[in-house]
Write a protein that binds this ligand. Sequence first.
Ligand code: HEC
Length: 142
Amino acid sequence: MKRIFTLSLLIASLATAETPQKVDAEAVFDRVCASCHHKILGKTEAKKHFKTLKAPPMIEVSAQLKNNIRIVEDIDDEIHRAVVVAFIKDYVINPHLDKSMCTAMALEKFGTMPSQKGKLTEEELQAVSEWVYDYYKDKEFK
Ligand code: HEC
């Protein structure tokens, strides 16, 4: 039920795609997200520094979302990207325990992410959400 609700939200926001070129998405990440999410951190490092981490590393978040968000088996890459990007966009503004795909252990440690509403423009939100999908394409969380 929870997943169905999330999915309908996602699909509703799929209509808004395409980023204007002027936004530097990585700079948005560095400004708004990097204070909590490491950009790249290996599993061993993450375990070692677990106590001081404020949030899961973004490389892990990206991998986790890509694995968990599967609507149908042979989903088209572009549609998969659009759905994952829509999830991220929604989560950054309206984070909620029920939507989080983090493990119970992670959630207990980190608590739910605070909303970033007001910290970035709609264009920046779109750009950084696409960046979270694209930047980690050839990078593995290991
Ligand atoms: C103040 C700290 C903080 C900031 C700033 C922050 N986050 Fe988070 N974020 C968290 C924490 C803690 C979690 C893990 C708990 C959760 O899922 O809510 C999280 C989880 C997430 C998740 C969900 C992961 C999942 O598996 O469900 C996404 C997506 C995400 N963050 C993206 C972003 C993006 C993109 C930005 C910048 C625009 C950002 N966050 C800024 C703390 C932060």
